[in-house]
Design a protein around this ligand. Structure first.
Ligand SMILES: Cc1ncc(COP(=O)(O)O)c(C=O)c1O
Length: 405
């Protein structure tokens, strides 16, 4: 559990470390990756051993691991204080699968889906691919703090057929308070629409910050609520696509189970099942240490930027390992630099002004804010799920780059 030693993933099949993919967003194939939301830490030892055992056996036939979800229910009880019967937990082949299937099952074509922005890009793609419309609800933002603007949220919800919520929020790192969750649920209930809560980052709330599952908050409200969660970000096993769903409404649960079984998508693959079982049964200590490490890294980043470059502002960042950095004080200069020197910043068509600038001038590859919505062009998303020394060196290079303009 020494998170100061992170892995070198250059010669693996990691998309985060892939040179072409890095060049595509940052205009620099050798920029260090601080983008795609997975971490450079090795998973907990038992998870690694489960993987090694499988590889040692060398045969990847049909599995017989426990098919029930008692281990998932135990994790939810211990980690989040939510007593959830194991029979109410439904397996899904990844969180986005569960989300897309729910959109298909519980809304009609042309339906309007409300999503808070800045938003994780697949929340924009899922409505598009499934012929639904997006209501992009911009979160409130002031001086480095994103927040839920209740008045505007309520207004946007008037026209919505479903709310897709992300809690904790990617990319801002907001951990919503219970009264905010209750407000969202009551708004949904008032309009008779379901809420889906994507809680893939929920096990990584930093110490002294409490994540409350939407489904738990809903026990007081009684809206139609689907809570989605997964071991993938928590334990850095995201390539294995394994997630879980729980429904407040038994008819919705039945429809979801029926659709998954009809599509033959209701069981995890061998490796996903083995790794997530090891994670949920053996990963508690690791998880505690990781939350501490990430919280300390976030605090160190904030302190460094405040002391050395207040013009680069780290936003909320209370959970997980991704955060937005607001670069608006430097944006005009950066834009002039990038547009004024097209030869220096060529390539990087998949990125934006800021991601190309920091890719070339600081050797730091990040998602441009525009990836999360066009309004967010003065932001970059920084992934700090790697050793603190690497993070701090990257920040130093970014500060040097903006100061040299
Ligand atoms: C908010 C959010 N939801 C879903 C996913 C992806 O989930 P999965 O790989 O299980 O489909 C991510 C990955 O970055 C994410 O940040």
């Amino acid at each position: 559990m020494n998170f100061d030693v992170s892995s070198d993933r250059r010669n693996t099949n990691s998309i985060k470390w892939n040179r072409d993919a890095i060049e595509n967003i940052s205009a620099n194939p050798v920029a260090e990756p601080f983008w795609v939301a997975d971490m450079d830490f090795y998973p907990e030892q038992h998870i690694q051993e489960a993987g090694k055992t499988l590889a040692g056996q060398g045969i990847y036939g049909y599995p017989s691991f426990p098919k029930d979800t008692a281990h998932v229910a135990a994790w939810m009880r211990i980690k989040h204080g939510w007593i959830l019967p194991k029979e109410k937990i439904v397996f899904a082949q990844g969180l986005l699968h569960a989300l897309a299937l729910s959109v298909n099952l519980f809304t009609e074509k042309g339906a309007k889906l409300l999503v808070c922005s800045p938003m994780y890009r697949p929340f924009r793609i899922i409505p598009e691919r499934n012929e639904r419309e997006l209501i992009e609800h911009n979160l409130g933002y002031e001086d480095g703090v994103f927040y839920l603007d209740r008045e505007r949220f309520e207004k946007d919800a008037e026209n919505a057929d479903m709310i897709i919520f992300c809690s904790p929020q990617n990319p801002s790192g907001i951990v919503f308070k219970e009264d905010e969750l209750v407000f969202v649920l009551e708004t949904a209930k008032k309009h008779g629409i379901p809420v889906i809560s994507d809680e893939i980052h929920s096990d990584l709330a930093h110490p002294n910050v409490k994540h409350i599952p939407m489904g738990l908050a809903n026990e007081r409200v009684g809206a139609k609520c689907i809570t989605l969660f997964a071991p993938s970000k928590t334990f850095n096993i995201a390539g294995e696509h394994c997630a879980f769903a729980t429904f407040s409404d038994s008819e919705m649960e039945e429809a979801f189970r029926k659709a998954e079984s009809a599509l033959w998508l209701d069981e995890p693959a061998l490796t996903a099942g083995e790794l997530s079982y090891a994670a949920y049964t053996k990963g508690a200590e690791y998880n505690k240490a990781l939350c501490r490490y990430l919280g300390e890294t976030a605090a160190a980043m904030r302190k460094y930027l405040e002391e050395n470059c207040p013009g680069l502002k780290m936003v909320n960042g209370d959970a997980s390992f991704v955060t937005f950095i607001d670069c608006r004080d430097y944006y005009q200069k950066i834009e002039a630099e990038v547009l004024g020197h097209p030869e220096r910043y060529k390539g990087g068509e998949g990125g934006g002004i800021l991601s190309r600038f920091f890719g070339v001038s600081a050797g730091v590859a990040m998602n441009d804010g525009t990836w999360f919505g066009s309004a967010w062009y003065t932001f970059v998303r920084f992934n700090y799920g790697t050793s603190r020394i690497r993070v701090m060196k990257a920040l130093e290079r970014m500060v040097r780059a903006v100061k040299s303009l």
